[in-house]
Ligand binder design. Structure first.
Ligand code: BDR
Ligand code: CA
Length: 314
């Protein structure tokens, strides 16, 4: 089974990603690190611990990561999208477990030694922890099999500004460092996550399931569906984070995946937080830019929704 470290800002769709990774037979979830984004890093850790316990995965270590981002302080999150507690204001039963003593970056570095050459990183929040781990240990990419990150918008508008997607927007400096490091990076942008959805029928299946975790996820989705109503014209939601998880686990296979040079705009202008993927596949930016080619997922072999519900409800 594939050892996976998940870095997240738990979050309703992050919760779906946790549930997918904890229930996938292809995966061994070996650690979770949290970062501020949808909610604070502390709240994200509490949500992760509580959800993992409901999923019979209470043994998975959870570490609190960065509260603030590399260049800016945490802005307080998005309660209008993910609720005041990050999980749609659903009160999860409190797990007796507490977060690990060290930081998320420390947990990631430790796991990269324990699973040398095999560890896959799935990053579905701002990339702050991954950047901090890289700064602390620049040899990290040599021990990691792959990094699959949800973020960016290649050919579609952003969801925070005209060009910036939330995970990159929250920490463009971290994204720039992480995406230009020398590892096998797959970026899962809004272009493809917005195409994968859950609707009220899927939610009804989660609510009717026996497991308490499925039902809790069904309740969380109530608020998330409200947010997406104007975009989709019906009560449904995008599956941003679970798509990155399913791609890393092999449950969904990317079919259109150009490997192209990519940079992140870290200026303070209107382009801040934009991922610029050069689909012409030419040299990007200044001549001394490393011009690392990153895989960017633009399409997949099947829709994630039915597979995700089946996996979670067992
Ligand atoms: C991303 O931003 C967060 O709000 C979601 O959890 C997802 O990771 C989508 O832009
Ligand atoms: Ca997220």
């Amino acid at each position: 089974r594939i050892p996976v470290y998940l870095d997240c800002d738990t979050g309703i769709d992050d919760s779906l990603a946790i549930a997918y990774l904890a229930t996938s037979p292809a995966v061994r979830l070996v650690g979770v690190g949290t970062v501020s984004g949808n909610t604070s890093t502390e709240q994200a850790a509490r949500n992760s611990l509580d959800l993992l316990a409901l999923l019979d995965a209470g043994h998975v270590p959870v570490s609190i990561g960065a509260r603030d981002h590399l260049a800016k302080d945490f802005d307080g999150g998005v309660p209008q999208i993910h609720g005041h507690n990050g999980v749609g204001d659903v009160a999860l039963p409190r797990s007796p477990r507490e977060p690990e003593a060290g930081t998320a970056a420390e947990l990631l570095i430790r796991l990269s030694h324990e699973h040398r050459g095999d560890l896959r990183i799935v990053a579905v929040g701002p990339l702050t922890n991954i950047a901090l781990a890289l700064r602390a240990d620049p040899t990290l990419p040599q021990r990691v099999r792959s990094l699959t990150a949800m973020g960016g918008a290649a050919l579609v508008p952003g969801n925070v500004t005209a060009v910036a997607e939330a995970n990159i927007w929250n920490d463009p400096e971290a994204a720039s460092e992480v995406l230009s490091a020398d590892w096998d990076v797959t970026l899962v942008p809004l272009d493809v996550t917005l195409e994968n959805t859950l609707d009220e029928d899927d939610r009804a299946r989660l609510l009717a399931a026996e497991s308490e975790a499925s039902r809790a996820l069904g309740h969380m989705l109530d608020l998330y569906f409200d947010f997406y109503l104007p975009l989709y014209g019906e009560r449904s939601c995008a599956l941003h984070d679970p798509l990155a998880a399913a791609i890393a686990a092999g449950g969904v296979v990317p079919t259109v995946v150009p490997r192209v040079p990519m940079i992140v705009d870290t200026t303070d202008g209107p382009g801040r937080g934009q991922v610029i993927a050069d689909l012409r596949n030419q040299r990007l930016g200044p001549v001394d830019h490393p011009n690392v080619r990153t895989r960017i997922v633009l399409d997949t072999d099947r829709a994630l929704g039915p597979h995700l519900v089946e996996m979670i409800t067992g």
